[in-house]
Write a protein that binds this ligand. Structure first.
Ligand code: DQA
Length: 146
């Protein structure tokens, strides 16, 4: 059976397209999802999508991934820098997780340089805009093949 991936996006990423386009570009979340879905299909994976502005809902989405998906792509947005709960959820599920950020968080304000997600993630991709999600699909495919 095809391996499956859930792409989880956190707060304010539903606003992509109009939100600070000088940082995040003009691409919408729907555009990103279409791009990721197409690439996943091309390499024989399935991709589903979840977005929430609420930390607890994201914790639940990660918990539910445990028995349902083979990999997680997570852009936790601002919760990246604040949420021990999200880190704990990823560790609890044991599902390989790729952390993604559209922007290069290390070239931005110092409070964005720390991530609670990274210690629990298989790897981190940041600074490549929407392409980062596609790269994350390839990263998970490599993990599935090893
Ligand atoms: C972000 C970076 C975060 O610092 C910020 O809070 C976001 C988006 C990114 O994709 O670049 O909301 O995760």
């Amino acid at each position: 059976m095809a391996k499956s991936v859930i792409v989880i996006n956190g707060p304010n990423l539903n606003m992509l397209g109009t939100r600070e386009p000088e940082i995040y570009g003009a691409v919408t979340l729907k555009d990103i999802e279409a791009r990721v879905r197409a690439h996943a299909q091309q390499i024989g994976l399935t991709a589903e999508f979840f977005q929430s502005n609420l930390e607890g809902e994201i914790v639940e989405a990660i918990q539910k991934a445990a028995n349902k998906y083979d990999g997680i792509i997570l852009n936790a947005a601002a919760y990246t820098h604040t949420s021990i709960a999200l880190m704990d959820a990823i560790k609890a599920t044991g599902v390989p997780t790729i952390e993604v950020h559209l922007s290069n968080v290390f070239a931005r304000e110092p409070f964005r340089h720390h991530s609670y997600i990274s210690p629990a993630a298989a790897g981190v991709i940041c600074g490549f805009g929407a392409k980062g999600y596609v790269l994350a699909i390839d990263a998970l495919a490599d993990i599935f093949d090893t």
